[in-house]
Design a protein around this ligand. Sequence first.
Ligand code: E4P
Length: 227
Amino acid sequence: MSFTLLMDGANADVFRSLSQFLPLDGVTTNPSILAKNTTISAEEQLVRINEVLSPNQPLHVQAIAETVDGIRKEAEQIRNAFEREICIKVPVSTEGMKAIKHLVQDGVTITATGIFTTQQAFLAAKAGASYVAPYVNRIDIQHGNSMEVIRRIRQLFDTYGMPARILAASFKNVRQIEEAMLAGVHEVTVAPDLLEVLLNHQGTDAAVKQFTNEFSNAFGEGKTLFE
Ligand code: E4P
């Protein structure tokens, strides 16, 4: 099974910079993320983030419309705006599920989003969604158990041979990310600041500083192994 690491954000410069040291596979956005930057239009943000991705790196874009017709129209607009496949994020509301059924028939790749329960994920996958996105932190702050939800989704997908991938979202700390991976998700999408926390540790910095100091003290400032 392959694992996919996504940035949950829409800033192209941030993605480019993080990609220099993190093995990022693609990007997810949502309306709230796009709303954080009002200096350029949402469309321009999507164009720019798409430009820093290669055509095979997934970009998940969420429809804002709330009716089946509105979601279908918006999905078409999103797909027409880019010359490559875009994963259309659709919330698992009643209207969203109607839209998912139509869009799947039209061959659109769907990310069923806003998932709080095992059954929502199961129904979306059965309707043909390629990805289901359980909202880890939002589940937990509403008295739910996100890891149990993830484990059960995975168990049902495995039991019924469903190809949908579990794309866990809404993380607020790195522990949640690791637990979700151990619970069986196929993908995680993580906000830029939390992606940095995933890698950085003061113990690593302290160890590197100690090695450098001891080496310089012994062989001279600025010396490297062969110079
Ligand atoms: C995924 O793209 C979701 O929209 C996102 O992770 C939700 O995160 P939040 O709960 O921090 O808004």
